[in-house]
Design a protein around this ligand. Structure first.
Ligand code: PEP
Length: 254
């Protein structure tokens, strides 16, 4: 059985003092969570603070981005070793906001994924279609291509560490959620690609999260779907109350 993985993407929110407050509150509200894996992804500036505060709990910390080179004249970029040195163990790769606003492509996603796996960081690779693509009926083509390109030259062994996050762009930060059926259909399709590219074990083991306006009110229904193994949460993770309610909904299903 796949363990449910709930990750919170803080995006460009929270100063260091706010980050401390949020992690402290989250710790208090989730100290009875045993089976659900919990990850918080603060901005780079708060990674060390969060990682220090979650020591001894089963919350893990992830970065929201990374660069594939190890070091060098790459002003403004952060390497995997730098991320690891903060105590973070996860990294988001290819979030749609990075694709939309910062020139992330399937090729850069693949480079980042290789570097993350090489470094021992656990990657969460994001994929998803636009509203226009969904309405033109090409969701599976788009998502399928994104998955195949992201995973180019990733070995079966390395693949076991990868988490995928299906995030329909039209559902991110919009309050619109994919219906559980819409999400399940795409998750099942993604899993079928993993069976084809890898093997039954990988296909069955890989965690595929759903992301796009997940909140306490819709978490149970989404997470009950057979191929939805977790959630990548934006807006609702910025308050310990709503994020912990999503985690508790997951724990009940675990
Ligand atoms: C996200 O940022 O990955 C996300 C899913 O955001 P939201 O939950 O706000 O839609």
């Amino acid at each position: 059985m796949r363990n449910i993985v709930i990750a919170g993407n803080w995006k460009m929110y929270k100063s260091n003092s706010e980050a401390k407050e949020l992690v402290e509150e989250l710790k208090n509200k989730t100290n009875d969570i045993i089976k659900t894996r919990m990850i918080v992804c603060p901005p780079y500036t708060a990674l060390s603070i969060a990682a220090e505060l979650v020591k001894g709990t089963n919350i893990q910390v992830g970065a929201q981005n990374m660069y594939w080179e190890q070091q060098g004249a790459f002003t403004g970029e952060i390497s995997t070793e730098m991320i690891k040195s903060t105590g973070a163990t996860f990294v988001l790769i290819g979030h749609s906001e990075r694709r939309q606003f910062f020139g992330e492509t399937d090729e850069t996603v693949n480079k980042k994924l290789k570097a993350a796996l090489q470094s021992g960081l656990n990657p969460i690779v994001c994929i998803g279609e636009t509203l226009e693509e969904r309405e033109s009926g090409v969701t599976n083509d788009v998502v399928g291509k994104q998955v195949e390109k992201a995973l180019a030259d990733i070995s079966t062994e390395s693949m076991k560490k990868v988490v995928l996050a299906y995030e329909p762009i039209w559902a991110i930060g919009t309050g619109k959620t994919a219906t559980p059926e819409q999400a399940q259909d795409v998750h099942k399709f993604i899993r079928s690609i993993l069976f084809r590219l890898y093997n039954t074990e990988v296909g069955n083991e890989i965690v595929i999260q759903y992301g796009g306006s997940v909140k306490p009110e819709n978490a149970t229904e989404l997470l009950s779907q057979p191929d939805i193994d977790g959630a990548l949460v934006g807006g609702a993770c910025l308050k310990a109350e709503s994020f912990s309610e999503i985690i508790k909904a997951a724990e009940k299903l675990s």
